[in-house]
Design a protein around this ligand. Structure first.
Ligand code: NCD
Length: 306
């Protein structure tokens, strides 16, 4: 078990390894035929105990484009979890059938428990309100492709910064690059958790908090919008009160830089009006495409193929 590499948190990868994944992702686009059979006879299992479109399907598409096969389930009720099986037993079993596992679970830390019991690499596809490292790889690749750099950036994160796991992982990743400044835009009730603020303070990265998207917009290089995470609320009234706190539309975008990159992990609910989709700064569907390329690179890396 010792030599198996997992991806539970984005900090499991060094910056050099992230650079390598970005390079391979670009090479996959440049030379697709070099990769089309590289995972022949390899199997990826996707164990999704929570809903997903992009993460699960981009993992599956990634493995299929590498010439491998996929198996798995897309909801807890179609697995033995419905009979009361522990995550750890499910994953240990699937480790007998697949070479690599991508999993998503509503409980924070579930992939850590899973990784203790398998001999195949485990990839965290999102654990509760905690982390989402492969979305972060997607985001980093998108930023690199759009901006040509991962340093010297003012990054605005807007929406549900408390429960948004994509935000937590992206901050943890980007605070390792030079001269990155974070502008945290959220309602007071949905601010970034303290443990993330402590991490930012430890490295001395510059960050500010505001409730106003309009105030933050003019200085941003990246605007990372997120939806309010309905499934993590204890009280639906709070969700209804907060869900439309921020809606990015063309009128607000007039305040932004001409080369702003608008990102969103998706799914979107109301936080970006559809009229923004045709603006050249809208990068969120391009971001979804980047997700497939970087997951191809990650599968190769964790399988020790490249
Ligand atoms: C995100 C997630 O699952 O955390 N979606 C995704 O993986 N692209 C964001 C979200 O659900 O809001």
């Amino acid at each position: 078990m010792e030599n198996v590499r997992n991806l539970i948190n984005i900090t499991d990868l060094t910056l050099d390894e992230i650079d390598h994944l970005i390079e391979v992702a670009d090479d996959i686009v440049a030379n697709p035929t070099d990769y089309q059979d590289i995972c022949r006879h390899k199997k990826l299992a996707t164990l999704f105990f929570e809903p997903s479109t992009r993460t699960r399907l981009s993992f599956e598409a990634a493995m299929l484009e590498l010439g491998g096969s996929v198996l798995g389930f897309s909801e807890a009720k179609s697995s033995s979890a419905a009979k009361g099986e522990s995550v750890s037993d499910t994953v240990r079993t699937v480790g007998c059938y697949a070479d690599i596992i991508a999993m998503r679970h509503p409980k924070e830390g579930a992939p850590i428990v899973a990784a203790q019991k398998t001999v195949v690499p485990i990839i965290n596809g999102g654990d509760g309100g905690h982390f989402h490292p492969t979305q972060t790889l997607t985001d980093l690749l998108t930023i690199k492709r759009r901006k040509g750099r991962l340093n010297n950036l003012v990054v605005g994160l807007c929406g549900d910064l408390q429960f948004g796991r994509t935000v937590h992982s992206l901050i943890e990743a980007m605070l390792r690059y030079e001269n990155v400044e974070f502008v945290l835009i959220s309602p007071n009730e949905l601010r970034v958790p303290e443990y993330i603020k402590e991490k930012m303070n430890e490295v001395g990265v510059k960050w500010t908090e505001t409730t106003s998207l309009e105030e933050a917009l003019p200085k941003l290089d990246i605007l990372y919008m997120t939806r309010v995470q309905r499934e993590r609320f204890f009280n639906q009234e709070d969700y209804i009160r907060l869900k439309d706190s921020y809606i990015l539309d063309l009128a607000k975008l007039k305040l932004a830089k001409e080369d702003l990159s608008i990102m969103h992990p998706l799914p979107r609910v109301n936080e970006i009006s559809v009229e923004v989709d045709d603006d050249p700064r809208a990068d969120y569907f391009f971001q979804a495409l980047c997700g497939k390329h970087v997951r191809m690179a990650l599968i190769l890396f964790l399988l020790g193929i490249k």
